[in-house]
Design a protein. Sequence first.
Length: 214
Amino acid sequence: MLLTFKHMVMMGMLCLVPVTGAQAASVDFLNINTPDALVGAGFGVQTVNENTLNVDVSLFQVNASATTPSPVDAMFDTISFNIVAHAGYFIDRIKFSEGLTASVVGEGLAIADGSLSVNGFVKGLGKHIYGAGDGGMVTLSTFLDQSQFGQVTSATVTITNSLVALSTGGVAAIVKDFTSLEVETLSQVPIPAAVWLFGSVLVGFVAFSRRRLC
């Protein structure tokens, strides 16, 4: 079959375009470490769904009442692990998210805070404060990417999280609904030299053929 000029140009372009993009299950989560909570109950069982690590936080909650001898309740815990990209991938972005539900009846405060650390680069989750009469659900999130930790195929990650409830004239409570960490990757598969050469030769052949036709 005789190829037209348009077909040959398209073939040359296909040879010269590198392939990038995220794929499911392109990383492994290893050496997950959840030590006993430093204050109160902490992170629970972890499950992995493709490139997302989910953590059971059903026990991560605080409740303070002004009618108790100590109207303050607090919880702090940390979880650390390693992320290793599958062959042919770079780690592009790591995103940490959590959902909260809180209620402050009367005078008091409910506070949530946390951080994400990747290879020594630290970014806050964003402190959220519920005041007197406040309540409801909120989602907090933060991320680190190649602009901070560079082009890597593995990463050491640490998540910290804290909840505090204080009541001076009622009840203050805050609970975690979910905690998750999502990893995005980029393909690092290079275009083989032979393919680049073929593309260049093909484009040169097309140009030469076009000159002969003119």
